[in-house]
Design a protein around this ligand. Structure first.
Ligand code: S3P
Length: 437
């Protein structure tokens, strides 16, 4: 049995919202990866007291200072590689009378920010683009926001959460409509802290309304479950027969807005069992369970439409699994992949083709035909942790050889990934340990 580190999306939100609460929050299972360390460090720069994130996920106590306790930072806020840190922070700061400059690494500085700064600007916040249009670095001057109703063109939890956080810190109602339902961790956590959040809709439009928040948010007591997105790499390894007769992963978050890959893997013929399901006790909790993956004969499928937001971060590993499944797998409606940590459509297609895979890049996805002979070669990760780990799984399968050019990037979301992969794959050399000169 293995475990994977805490859920990245929930960990970011737990840190941000604990800082806004009044009193002591107790948080365990937080992801100690680089992305969440970025969130912790920007919160410290804003005046919140956030201890170091323990490598083993043990409990920390965050003493919230309330929105009024946060101050303009002396230095630039470096969000590292983390889009969630940058976009959620822009929302949180938009509602406060503070001024801050946000920046990030090369990958983050190439990602669009107007998807949050435009609606936040309409609410009343001010933004100046210091460098390229639509990119970090950005100066935000918050305060003076009005209530707001916004129709987003993308199903994005980062956009939705940025607006919700602006509503929380400015204490104004906010309504967001999105063209598909994105992950709902912010809504669940805000309810838990005393806010009123309503939601509803259908597969093609989802509406979320923050109607009221108490003047002080209740502190959180939270155990963050394992990240389904991290578990996905080991589900793939188990299904592809790279980890013996079964692979059990304990305590994985199973929020239904995140588990589209479970449905798709099963549709491909994958056997995955769910054991010890702990349902969320109320809409403000998060469900979790143990997952067991068995070696399976997989076949290609078409993946498109409203499942895409439910597996958006898992598409790199899905592409790799497709190369080992029989027949054609086609992913469509996933143009958002082009603005992730890398252009994941291009980077996935180029790397798979470079290893000898049969892949075609499409404007909004890709087509992969499998299985081809042994896949061998070196891949370029382009600062993208999920690309590195997806190809790492491929390289851990018997007969395949993949050298990952920058294995350390996995630390963004999954410290210890390469060691765990090596242990599960029965001690076979892994790309992280087998770096080319
Ligand atoms: C995230 C939302 C998703 C996801 C990202 C984490 C979040 O991004 O890809 O890894 O925690 O809100 P979008 O909201 O841009 O789809």
């Amino acid at each position: 049995m293995i475990t994977v580190p805490g859920d990245k999306s929930i960990s970011h939100r737990a840190l941000l919202l604990s800082a806004l609460a009044r009193g002591e929050s107790r948080l365990s299972g937080l992801l100690p990866g680089a992305d969440c360390r970025s969130t912790a460090s920007v919160l410290r720069a804003l005046g919140a007291s956030v201890p170091p994130l323990p490598p083993d996920g043990s409990e920390i106590r965050v003493t919230g200072v309330g929105p009024e306790g946060l101050r303009s930072p002396a230095e630039r806020l470096d969000c590292g590689n983390s889009g969630t840190t940058a976009r959620l922070l822009l929302g949180l700061l938009a509602g406060l009378p503070v001024e801050a400059t946000l920046t990030g690494d090369e990958s983050l500085r190439s990602r669009p920010m107007r998807r949050v700064t435009e609606p936040l600007g309409e609410m009343g916040a001010q933004f100046s683009e210091v460098g390229e249009p639509d990119r970090l670095p950005l100066i935000v001057k918050g305060g003076g926001l009005s209530s707001f109703s916004y129709r987003s063109t993308v199903a994005s939890a980062q956009v939705k959460s940025a607006l919700l956080l602006a509503g929380v810190t400015a204490r104004v109602p906010v309504e967001i409509e999105e063209p598909g339902r994105s992950r709902d961790h912010s809504e669940r956590m805000l309810r838990r802290m005393g806010c009123e959040v309503e939601e509803g809709g259908g597969p093609e439009e989802w509406r979320v309304r923050l109607t009221a928040c108490p003047s002080t948010l209740d502190p959180l007591e939270l155990h963050v479950p394992g990240d389904f997105s991290s578990a996905a790499f080991f589900l793939a390894l188990g299904l592809l027969g790279g980890a013996g007769s079964r692979l059990r992963i304990a305590n994985v978050g199973l929020n239904p807005t995140r588990t589209g890959l479970l449905d798709v893997f099963r549709e491909m013929g994958g056997r995955i069992e769910v054991e010890n399901l702990r349902e969320a006790e109320d809409p403000s909790g998060e469900p979790a369970a143990d997952l067991v993956a068995f070696p399976s004969e997989l076949h290609g499928v078409t993946v498109a439409g409203d499942v895409i937001p439910r597996l958006i971060d898992e598409i790199p590993i899905l592409g790799v699994v497709a190369a080992r499944a029989s027949g054609v797998t086609e992913v469509r409606d996933a143009e958002e992949l082009r603005v992730k940590e890398s252009d994941r459509i291009r980077v996935l297609a180029e790397n798979l083709a470079g290893l000898g895979g049969d892949v075609e890049e499409l404007p909004d996805g890709f087509r992969v035909k499998g299985p081809t002979g042994p896949l061998r070669g070196r891949i370029a990760v382009h600062h993208d942790h999920r690309i590195a780990m997806a190809f790492g799984v491929l390289g851990a399968l018997p007969g395949h050889e993949v050298v990952v050019d920058d294995p350390a990037v996995a630390d963004v979301s999954f410290p210890g990934f390469w060691t765990l992969l090596e242990a599960c794959a029965g001690g076979a050399p892994t790309p992280g340990a087998n770096q080319a000169p």
